[in-house]
Design a protein around this ligand. Sequence first.
Ligand SMILES: Nc1nc2c(c(=O)[nH]1)N[C@H]1C(S)=C(S)[C@@H](COP(=O)(O)O)O[C@H]1N2
Ligand SMILES: [Mo]
Length: 551
Amino acid sequence: MADLRLRVVAGTVSAGLTLGVAELLAAFSGAGSAPLDALGSVVIDHSPDGLREWAIDTFGTNDKSVLYLIMGVVALVVAGLAGAVERPTRAVGSLLLTAVGVIAASAAVARTSIAGALPTVVGVAVGIYTLRVLTHRIERMSEAERSSTFERRERGIQDGESESGKLNDEATPVGAAPVPSASSATAVGPTLRGAAPERRQVLQGLLVAGGSAVVTGFGGRLLGARRRDVSGERAAVRLPEPSAPAQPLAPGVDLRVPGLTPYLTANDDFYRIDTALIVPQVSKDSWSLRIHGMVDRELELTWADLANRPVEERLVTLACVSNPVGGDLIGNARWLGYRLDRLLAEAGPHADADMVLSHSTDGWTAGTPLSVLTDGRDALLAVGMNGEPLPVRHGYPARLVVPGLYGYVSATKWVTELEVTRFDRATAYWTRRGWSALGPIKTGTRIDTPRVRGRIEPGRSPIAGVAWAQHRGIRGVEVQIDNGAWQQARLAGEQSVDTWRQWVFDWDATAGPHTIRARATDGTGEIQTAERRDVVPDGATGYPAVTIQVG
Ligand SMILES: Nc1nc2c(c(=O)[nH]1)N[C@H]1C(S)=C(S)[C@@H](COP(=O)(O)O)O[C@H]1N2
Ligand SMILES: [Mo]
């Protein structure tokens, strides 16, 4: 029984060392070649839609963490099993490790190149060697203990005792005072020193292998993250000069009311929404954008290829479909980029295509109507944000920015592919998960000041906020105090129909509790709907309200 537990532990630490060594090598051979990452993508690609949907419904955006957790548990079970069945003369466990290794290595090769197999191959070799050594030691220990007359008393491990607890106890004391061995049935067990030499060899082997697995595994992950980090490269990027004059800020776009969100959102204050567990690190030197699918001429543009093309700077307000009424998942920035209508025209989309499925390096996708990308609006392949290269979190080296559409159907960060296709042939990431296929931004407004449940003094006090209806523009904003009449707010200057617009209402606040509401009218003359709806499936609606106490 005790032997079995030691064998299971031996299998686990050997497999752990396999993964650790592979992680360490993958730090040098590149992202995607670590066996767990490679296997993860196989699982994602091959799990049936129903299962995937269930996972998303149940775990939401944590679906990737759960996948890794499940893979970790399966790996532990397989590893334990491999250890349990391995014998000096019967290398069944080693075969099992090899089989899993072959799958992982093939997956890594499919995702990267033939060299992507190296981390797994070397890792499995080290793991098998470790398992063989540990199995021999356990065998020797068993034989020694079998031949001993005091077998039961000498055995350090009592039935029903936790193996891992024992290992932890034994990990402490190199040089500590020896605990008397097998002193009583309740004792935690012998130290390394107190054990018979054969058992000591086994325990030492397990400790060394386990320790090495932890060091190589975590060390490899950290080293990989550091080696792949592109923030240094990004800092050295020189952005091209806009070929058309940059949009100067229209007069009066920023009312500068205290408490009101600035017209332009600084990069560090810009909301971030994505499914990435680890922010993708994509070097501009290995980056390219492939335009393919239903096109006359497939196109692949490198960073250098972009340099010959005209580049524009445009202000666009991005918004997330998950933004609740009153929420702050919205921001306005100056984007530098290449017109998507031009890039698509170079490839020549087929007449019957109606969707562009954009893909990111991390496998995320957005489905954008082709008509929106080619109707003349400033849809960009953006490389700059507020005068800087795109921040890594916001899609460095390149992302999409499309005025008028929520981010989930348009704003692909770390974008590497534009697949021209049809809505009846392709389904994008969030649409698969129950969100609408089309995501035009709904007219909305937000009250920034006074703050919710704030307290102000009676007298003149500005009520101010932002309103948006990207690509339709904002024609008016009205404010309602308690259940009074709707009154016109004063609008800030208009930059373009693609950005939000500030507004202010000069209120003469009277003492007492008050509820303030606001509503916007878009450029077509339509007032935003009062109907309260949640963010799923295509964006929240309803008037924002702020309750405050005056005096
Ligand atoms: N690669 C990738 N791009 C993505 C997403 C993502 O999960 N992965 N999320 C989208 C969503 S839902 C939004 S709202 C915007 C947010 O962009 P930001 O993080 O730069 O504000 O990015 C879009 N682009
Ligand atoms: Mo979003």
